[in-house]
Design a protein around this ligand. Sequence first.
Ligand SMILES: Cc1cc2nc3c(=O)[nH]c(=O)nc-3n(C[C@H](O)[C@H](O)[C@H](O)COP(=O)(O)OP(=O)(O)OC[C@H]3O[C@@H](n4cnc5c(N)ncnc54)[C@H](O)[C@@H]3O)c2cc1C
Ligand code: SF4
Length: 443
Amino acid sequence: MDLNRHEAFAGLAEALEPLTQVAALREAHRCLYCYDAPCTHACPTHIDIPGFIKKIATGNLLGSAQTILEANLLGATCARVCPVQELCEGACVLGPSHHPISIGRLQRHSMDYVSEHGIQVLQAGPATGKTVAVIGAGPAGLSCAGELARNGHAVTIFEKRELSGGLSTYGIISLREPVEVALGEVKMIQQLGVTFSTGVELGRNLQLDELQEDFDMIVLSVGLGRSPHLGIPGEEHILDGLEYVEDSKIATEKMTVGKEVIVIGAGNTAIDCATIARRLGAEKVTVVYRRTAKEMTAYPHEYEFAKQEGIEFRFLAQPVQVALEDDRIVGLLCTKMQLSAPDSSGRSSTVPLPESEFFIPADQIVKAIGQQKPALAQMLGLETRNGYISVDHEFETSIPDLFAIGDCIRSQGDASTVMAVQDGKMAAQALHERLNANNERGA
Ligand SMILES: Cc1cc2nc3c(=O)[nH]c(=O)nc-3n(C[C@H](O)[C@H](O)[C@H](O)COP(=O)(O)OP(=O)(O)OC[C@H]3O[C@@H](n4cnc5c(N)ncnc54)[C@H](O)[C@@H]3O)c2cc1C
Ligand code: SF4
């Protein structure tokens, strides 16, 4: 696949410049190296943050990268995509008044160093003779596979797409993470001895019983599906938000962006789609959401960023029909809503205001209203919770020796890359103990 699309997508190049050596040293020396550091507690993968920053301050970038990778194999991705304001940097004792340490950017500095120098920091453990199949090469699967390989187990990842990396490759806007960073991590996991089999989809050209025959244990890290249906007339003309982001990352030619674009939804994906449209030339971009700014699931800093990009927001607006002329989109009919009693998610529900329909002109409409629950759960007859795969405290599903991790089990809380990485690490530990115990029993 040709990834040389920088000219076409110049407006979407990685937004944050890398820190220079001097800037990184200066920032590292600002760290107070707290004992029992709150930032380390706030990081879902519990990276020893003062430890890796101290190594940057003493010029030991390889040691710093090693400290990061010991806790989080996808340190390069997380350094770029983590909502640091809500996590490590949000917990920094320097606080907003003294400007928290730029932990994410320092982490990227160390990870870039080993990547640019082609250094494989971690190695595979001595072979145990045990085999594990991991289904899905997103952050959860990569983390789990890499940790298992470090413990000497033979791991094969089966991935349905052409490229591995999951949403880091296909779904996270290049402004935050270029494709090359995600693929660099895939290569690093490969160098740990993990085998990748791409273009293979469980449920299509691979079946569970074949895997159960060939592997000691199986891990599902299949993420979630495409955007759900809105159920409005003309929906077939609306673009899927995930495909919109994907085109902006992977397509070899400049994607088609409308002049007046409407994005339906109010999560981080909606903000990403709106940003892509704006940066790639749309004159007007409007985000349409049926609740208010208070109920948006996008991070507050993302909302602020979008407003600075000139993106408009129409709150309390429910799409009811795509307006077409000669089969081309000319706009979106909406109805005004008002907030009502909270629903099962705890957020205010909405009710339409009678006779309040209004029209927003547009030549392109994108929906970014979340992702469908994992279809595989039903196909395999797995127990579920709110449509997500149910697992116990060791990540085992209702089928013995079949585990699940990442977005496909996240029935509560925000799904994020760093949470998926931590699931992968914890599950690998549980599997390793189980495989060792089986070894001792001679199973
Ligand atoms: C548009 C968008 C932007 C995001 N931005 C951020 C961000 O900035 N920061 C952040 O922390 N998080 C972000 N997230 C969330 C983050 O990307 C996910 O939480 C994370 O990727 C979950 O990892 P995963 O491995 O569980 O799933 P995924 O990344 O979805 O990977 C699942 C993999 O499994 C494969 N697969 C699925 N079914 C099968 C099958 N049957 N057989 C074989 N392979 C299969 C898929 O092709 C995919 O490669 C974003 C999500 C989206 C949608
Ligand atoms: S992995 Fe994410 S949350 Fe953890 S220290 Fe790095 S940037 Fe912060």
